[in-house]
Design a protein around this ligand. Structure first.
Ligand code: DOR
Length: 436
């Protein structure tokens, strides 16, 4: 946004975003309006003819104004791998990608499995450019054996528990986790992978893996665990959220469970609704991810699941890895890709512009839906809500250029891809945190 558009006229409100297309899925708003902000709070959303008095005015004509995006699944690598990402650099990447809140997964070194480490994250988060929410481990050391002190994690501010990166293989341990967490109305976020089936796999098991002679991870490695987790959620009545759904069968299982009234929600990532295992033919290790990129049939099923509401949220699974670790033979590279700075462009290009989701549906999956899953107060552009807002130029096109990422890591399989829809401005707590 150029300077002339941010001129202030008199005092009054701290900030007014004027003339944009305001989309708020919760209040079913989709209209041209001005957003008035004072002391970090949205004071009103209305169309005014009167001359606006504010310290700062952002001219948002031709732009889309949405609640600040919420990423419920990011790996920020701090503590332990600050060479790959820190809470601060992750927050810079987040605001550049339009996110005003991100949730950090606990598979750090050491893992976030006790109150002190949760407090450490929130201490570091004070310097971050966006809101950081901490997810704690389900089991101590992510070993899948002994439950963490869930009560302590919650008191320190954990918004969910997850052993993401690894499954909780022992069903009794997961049952206990679901029962304890339901006392706090805390969602358990499950990484569904049967390790005996995924074994030494490095990519999706199917035609391409056979062609390339690579070890595969079959779709059932995910589906059997989702079936088990749904059964446990149904049995305990607890809240289950399934991370990074990647297969057609998984979407079907969740759809059926929802119909039966099981308290299950789930997310899909931009890479799983965009890319197929065909990309592995390039041997680009940046496309190695867990769960792996699947087939076109699976991508289509995920798109259907997003459209019919089976898939509630879009989450990045932002997983930074260093160049040294990724520049090895495919079999030895760690899985994961950075997603914070490409997620919105992929949602607009692949889902909205291809008419799979409306703007309101897409925005809901990036804002109010994750806010509801995690009981966060953000995700709304309405009176008395925190002034977390993202302003998007829906028509701007750009080419993904990882060296320009604000993330410390550059491991993106989308390098060189042309995307539509760009973040102009990200406002956190009433203050401009990023401006293109
Ligand atoms: O690809 C992945 N990378 N999947 C995960 O579940 C973990 C993540 C990581 O931490 O690198």
């Amino acid at each position: 946004m150029n300077k002339s558009t941010r001129e202030g006229r008199g005092s009054g409100y701290d900030l007014v975003i004027s003339g944009g297309r305001v989309i708020d899925p919760e209040t079913k708003t989709d209209r041209i309006a001005d957003v008035f902000i004072q002391d970090g709070i949205i004071k009103k959303v209305e169309k005014t003819r009167a001359r606006i008095k504010a310290k700062e005015i952002i001219d948002a004509r031709g732009k889309v104004v949405v609640p600040g995006l919420i990423d419920m699944h990011a790996h920020l690598r701090e503590p332990g791998r600050e060479d790959e990402e820190t809470i601060y650099t992750g927050s810079c990447a987040a605001v550049a990608g339009g996110f005003t809140s991100i949730c950090c997964m606990p598979n750090t070194q050491p893992p976030i499995d006790n109150q002190e480490t949760v407090k450490f994250v929130y201490q570091k988060a004070k310097e971050a450019r966006c809101r950081i929410y901490c997810i704690g481990c389900i089991t101590k050391g992510q070993k899948g054996e002994e439950l963490t002190e869930i009560n302590d994690l919650v008191r320190a501010g954990a918004v969910a528990i997850s052993d993401d990166g690894k499954p909780v293989s022992n069903s009794q341990v997961l049952r206990n986790a679901l029962e304890y967490s339901s006392m706090f109305d805390l969602p358990v976020i499950s990484h569904c992978e049967d390790l005996s089936l995924s074994a030494n796999g490095v990519m999706h098991e199917g035609f391409v893996s056979t062609n390339l002679g690579m070890c595969g991870i079959p779709a059932v490695a995910e589906e059997t665990m989702i079936a088990r987790d749904i059964a446990l959620a149904e049995f305990t009545g607890a809240r289950l959220h399934i991370a990074h759904v990647s297969t057609e069968g998984s979407v079907d299982l969740i759809r059926q469970a929802k119909k039966r009234g099981v308290r299950v929600t789930c997310e899909a990532t931009p890479h799983h609704f965009t890319l197929t295992d065909e990309i592995i033919r390039t041997f680009d290790t940046n496309a190695k991810v867990n769960p792996p990129l699947r087939t076109k049939r699976d991508v289509d099923a995920i798109r259907r699941g997003l459209k019919d509401g089976t898939i509630d949220c879009i989450a990045t699974d932002h997983a930074p890895h260093s160049i040294e670790e990724k520049e090895v033979e495919f079999d030895f590279a760690p899985p994961g890709l950075v997603g914070l700075e490409t997620a919105l462009g992929l949602v607009i290009t692949e889902l909205i512009n291809k008419r799979i989701l409306s703007w309101t549906q897409a925005v809901a999956k990036l804002t109010i839906n994750p806010a509801r899953v995690l009981n966060l107060e953000g995700g709304r552009v309405k009176r008395n809500s925190p002034a977390d807002i993202t302003i998007i130029d829906p028509k701007a096109s750009w080419v993904v250029d990882p060296p320009k990422f604000l993330s410390k890591s550059k491991n993106s399989p989308f390098a060189g891809r042309k995307l539509r829809g760009k973040v102009c401005c990200t406002i956190v707590n009433g203050k401009v945190a990023f401006e293109a």
